[in-house]
Design a protein around this ligand. Structure first.
Ligand code: IMP
Ligand code: MG
Length: 174
């Protein structure tokens, strides 16, 4: 594994994002909606740095047919409370094609949310992406899969305090 973002880099960038978000939403009540499970570490670090009126909730999304490229998504766990008339900020770990966040955004808007913006720790800025996140921690345009700080490979490595790029040998042994 290669170190991609150190703990210090991550925490500095999250503090900057929190300052920007706190400023932009000043005077508003905001619902942070985490997309489980990748969001957990990023979201908790972001949350404690936000200043203002912030609530949290979570949902789980999964792809139909494991490993397929169908892009067919489904909601596995719904938010615990109604999003009607809420100002929502979706919290995602990484945006690749953007299909996951767009799917959730459309769903929440259909359920009556007032607005749904996206904050992501990493944006892969994939050319064909279907949604451009409003807030981006890091832009990452390389191919290797990333793990650590909430990012997983088959549920492993979420506990690493830094973000790493996987190498071919890591994929073989996991
Ligand atoms: P999208 O729907 O194509 O934007 O894919 C986003 C989802 O794919 C994220 O929620 C992640 O769970 C997963 N993902 C994409 N790239 C990576 C990666 O490099 N490491 C870990 N998860 C990833
Ligand atoms: Mg995810």
């Amino acid at each position: 594994m290669n170190l991609l973002y150190s703990s210090t880099q991550i925490h500095t960038r999250i503090a900057e994002l929190a300052e920007q978000i706190s400023k932009d939403y000043q005077g508003q009540s905001v619902l942070l909606m985490g997309v489980l499970k990748g969001c957990t570490i990023f979201m908790s670090h972001l949350l404690v740095q936000l200043k203002g009126d912030f609530e949290i909730d979570f949902l789980t999304v999964s792809s139909y047919g494991a490993g397929t490229e169908s892009g067919e998504l489904q909601i596995k766990t719904l938010p615990s409370r109604s999003v009607e008339a809420k100002t929502v900020l979706l919290v995602e770990d990484i945006v690749d094609s953007g299909k996951t966040v767009r799917f959730v955004q459309e769903l929440l808007l259909k359920q009556g949310a007032k607005s749904v913006e996206v904050v992501t720790l990493i944006d892969k800025e994939t050319e064909s992406n279907v949604l451009v996140p409003k807030y981006v921690g890091f832009t990452y345009k390389e191919a290797p899969f990333v793990v650590g700080f909430g990012f997983d490979l088959n549920e492993k490595f979420r506990n690493l305090p830094e973000v790493y790029q996987l190498e071919a040998e890591d994929l073989k042994s996991n």
